[in-house]
Ligand binder design. Structure first.
Ligand code: SF4
Length: 362
């Protein structure tokens, strides 16, 4: 399919990088050239690199270097190693990356522990190759094959592990193209993405055939100070309702759940807001994923350097060390706090959103 035509013009609220830097290889792809054309039409500076190495001179001052990196979109080619998919339980069977990095400024951002180097967002020009590699993974998932509640979804592919694809959509068109591709794919498969953005206009008219589930990643208004540069939560919920009305299966990623002062009232109000926004939507297919706040030594060091004034608690209070199956360690809430949070959400969701399916708690 022609992936370069699958997007709509950006709205005034869309993210605009200060510059787009494009490698030589990326410029050889139609999708790459379409992204460059959109950037040029918006008056964004386009830097055509002479080769395939990403080069961007950043200031020595770490604050300014962070700001410059965050204001840059790099157009690159995903090498074969990046196109080999990784399992990504419990969210989905496989992780598929359309991009890496995100322009927002969340003071808990999980990318701080996953991506190395300056936080430049990279979008992949070889989208056809990325999508073309997916059929080889069909039926090989670990989630849907063993979970009766999700078996009807087929093999699931998560596009939000290393980016927020909706944040980049007005410039890249990658998410629209992927949704259209899944809509045409005659297979038991689902594309999934979660987002803290709200500009869903380009997605509403796509022939998605119910094969993409959008989840809104949400936190209470009271915690908006931890989510710089994202859309207000009320707009995210409104966007979710519009997607449901356009026939998409939808979901909530309540993440990260933060046990800060007033959390009970704040999250109670959030669940009420969800119920109010989704009231009356016909044929609603709503899932919920519940993810508590966690960090590790590496991500904390990066986040402390990016957001030195953040009020987000990353001390040892109420925390225990949990060892992952890969041998690394992370700081999670202690058992008593976890019990309190989990009990609260289970009760509140059962009372207020009884039609929703909770996929997991972590
Ligand atoms: Fe990180 Fe998501 Fe916030 Fe982007 S929106 S900065 S990916 S947590």
């Amino acid at each position: 399919m022609d992936i370069s035509s699958a997007s709509s013009p950006p709205t005034s609220r869309s993210w605009r990088p200060r510059r787009l830097i494009a490698t030589r290889a990326a410029r050889a792809f139609d999708h790459g050239r379409a992204i460059i054309a959109r950037a040029e039409a918006l008056g964004i500076e386009v830097v055509a690199l002479p080769g395939d190495r990403l080069t961007l001179a950043l200031p020595d001052d770490p604050r300014r270097a962070y700001a410059e990196a965050k204001a840059t979109l790099a157009l690159v080619v995903a090498p074969p190693s990046k196109r080999r998919l990784q399992p990504i339980a419990p969210s989905a069977d496989w992780r598929v990356d359309l991009a890496e990095g995100c322009p927002a400024h969340c003071s808990y951002c999980y990318l701080a522990g996953s991506l190395k180097g300056p936080p430049i967002t990279r979008v992949y020009a070889n989208l056809d190759e990325i999508l073309g590699s997916l059929p080889a993974y069909l039926g090989r998932g670990t989630i849907t094959s063993r979970t009766a509640a999700r078996a009807h979804e087929g093999t699931t592919f998560e596009a939000s592990c290393y980016t927020d694809p909706l944040a980049l959509e007005p410039l890249t068109g990658s998410l629209s193209a992927a949704i259209a591709w899944f809509g045409q794919w005659e297979a038991e498969a689902q594309l999934r993405f979660t987002t803290k953005f709200a500009d869903v206009d380009p997605l509403l008219g796509i022939a998605h055939r119910g094969r993409t589930r959008m989840r809104a990643s949400i936190n209470p208004r009271a915690f908006a100070r931890f989510e710089g540069g994202t859309a207000p939560v009320a707009e995210r919920l409104e966007a979710l309702r519009r997607m449901a009305e356009a026939g998409y299966p939808i979901g909530l990623t309540i993440a990260p759940i933060i046990a800060a002062d007033g959390w009970e009232d704040a999250y109670g109000g959030l669940v009420d807001d969800v119920a109010a926004v989704l009231a009356g939507v016909a044929g609603l297919d709503l899932t919920i994923e519940l993810i508590t706040h966690r960090f590790n030594t590496g991500s904390k060091a990066v986040l402390d350097s990016w957001y030195p004034g953040s009020a987000l608690d990353m001390t040892a209070q109420n925390r225990v060390t949990k060892r992952t199956k890969f041998g690394s360690e992370k700081q999670v809430y202690d058992a008593a706090t976890m019990r309190m949070l989990r009990g609260f959400f289970e009760r509140r969701i059962a009372d207020t959103l009884p039609f929703a399916r909770v996929l997991y708690w972590t």
